[in-house]
Design a protein around this ligand. Structure first.
Ligand code: PMP
Length: 417
């Protein structure tokens, strides 16, 4: 990647100003300055079509799904299941029964740790993760290990913030029951070589769970092409509402997994002696689901599917290169995470200014960035920093917003000089 002289105007067919018209929330002032929303890795914004789809559903079609014969219930069921088909098609799952609605990535991983872990992990077994995982891809496995006596094994990372693949390969063993790694790191931006990871694990018949929370807004994922066993993601990172996400899992795993939660929706028949569980994927969807969220997710997928993804990626790469160059020119800055393959995330610390102070100061200029440990405390420990400031870009961000960030950081430096 060449960081020198990155042009402010990219040579791309991507019309960012037109795209921005789709996102009403972006057009506001914060503390009297134009909002520069650079916190997309925490949660992305929704286009008007997603807001409209949710509003239309709530205004005209809402009822509970699956159980009713009346018209609204049938409409709600259709909207909910149409959205599932959109998910299936977007990630190229073999069947809608492999797409389980959950609250988000966190719930998806907990579902696997509980329902799959229960019958497949015992004392002495190992779960292999990496050092750069989000807490939601650490803690559920730790809890599973505590319940079973299994061991959590952590593949180290390099100073660039990449998984050390030699060491990763050496940690795979006959004891490894599952590999669970992130597709893209939220704290570092690193794009992990998940194809290689899956191939290495599959050579030993070890299933792989990929935490795709950060990947869905930046990549097109084909679960069959990846041959991934479990893939977890959240709607709110990919321009859909909060409280909805998906666990993709191969049928052969889902079939053998017991339910995660018991209740309505997940049964075919109940008496006091026993219950007969519902077919896939409903066996894993106990209780009234987030129907409006699913409708919003379907609309977000329609929106993403209609974008020129190649042009979008070129634009995001340009934002990353430009931000990396601009921020690198600041005195006393240390970039945390300099992987060769990165998504549009820039984590950094500035000498003598705590990340939280930075966050507050740049907010006063309308610039929204995240500061803290980003739910990846082991990453902070590795780089020996208490926290970082993180700017994370979506395709609707502009170089002007990066300039606003750079200027706000310069202002902070003057305040602390
Ligand atoms: N994994 C990664 C890499 C993430 O960035 C996040 C959200 N920050 C999660 C998992 C958890 O996602 P959610 O909070 O939507 O469940």
């Amino acid at each position: 990647m060449n960081h020198t002289n990155v042009q402010a105007v990219p040579n791309t067919a991507f019309d960012v100003q037109k795209i921005r018209q789709d996102f009403p929330i972006l057009h506001q002032q914060v503390h009297g300055k134009p909002l520069a929303y650079l916190d997309n890795a925490a949660s992305a914004q929704r286009p008007q079509c997603v807001i409209d789809a949710v509003c239309r559903y709530e205004t005209h079609d809402h009822a509970n799904v699956h159980r009713g014969v009346h018209t609204l219930s049938e409409r709600a069921t259709q909207a909910y299941e149409n959205a599932r088909e959109k998910v299936r098609s977007y990630i190229n799952a073999a069947s809608v029964s492999e797409c389980v609605y959950v609250r988000g990535t966190t719930e998806a991983i907990n579902l696997v740790a509980n329902a799959w872990g229960q019958n497949n992990v015992k004392a002495g077994d190992e779960i292999l993760i990496s050092w750069m995982e989000h807490h939601s891809n650490i803690v559920p496995w730790q809890m599973l290990c505590a319940r079973t006596g299994a061991k959590l094994v952590v593949a180290p990372i390099t100073p660039r913030g990449e998984i050390d693949m030699e060491k990763f390969a050496a940690l795979l063993s006959d004891r490894t029951r599952l590999v669970a790694v992130g597709h893209i790191s939220n704290a570092l931006g690193t794009v992990n070589p998940i194809r290689d990871i899956i191939a290495l694990a599959h050579d030993r018949d070890i299933p792989v769970l990929i935490d795709g929370a950060q990947a869905m807004p930046h990549t097109r994922v084909d679960v069959q092409d990846l041959d991934v066993d479990f893939y977890a993601f959240s709607g709110h990172k990919m321009f859909a509402p909060t409280g909805i996400g998906v666990l993709y899992a191969k049928t052969r795993y889902l079939e053998r997994m017991p339910p995660y939660q018991g209740g309505g929706e997940m049964i075919l028949a109940v008496n006091f002696e026993r219950s007969v569980y519902n077919e896939l994927p409903y066996k894993f969807e106990a209780g009234t689901p987030n129907i409006a969220g699913a409708v919003g997710l379907g609309a977000a997928i329609d929106y993403l599917g209609a974008l020129d993804f190649a042009a979008l990626l070129e634009h995001e790469q340009h934002l990353l290169d430009y931000a990396t160059e601009q921020l690198s020119s600041l005195s006393g800055i240390r970039l945390i995470g300099t992987a060769r393959k990165k998504a549009s995330v820039v984590s950094f610390v500035l000498e003598n200014i705590h990340a939280h102070d930075l966050g507050t100061i740049v907010d006063s200029d309308g610039v929204a960035i995240r500061t803290g440990h980003h739910c990846a405390m082991p990453v902070m420990d590795y780089f020996e920093v208490p926290a970082t400031a993180r700017a994370s870009f979506a395709f609707y961000n502009t170089v002007d917003e990066i300039d606003a960030l750079t200027n706000a950081l310069k202002k902070a430096q003057r305040m602390f000089a």
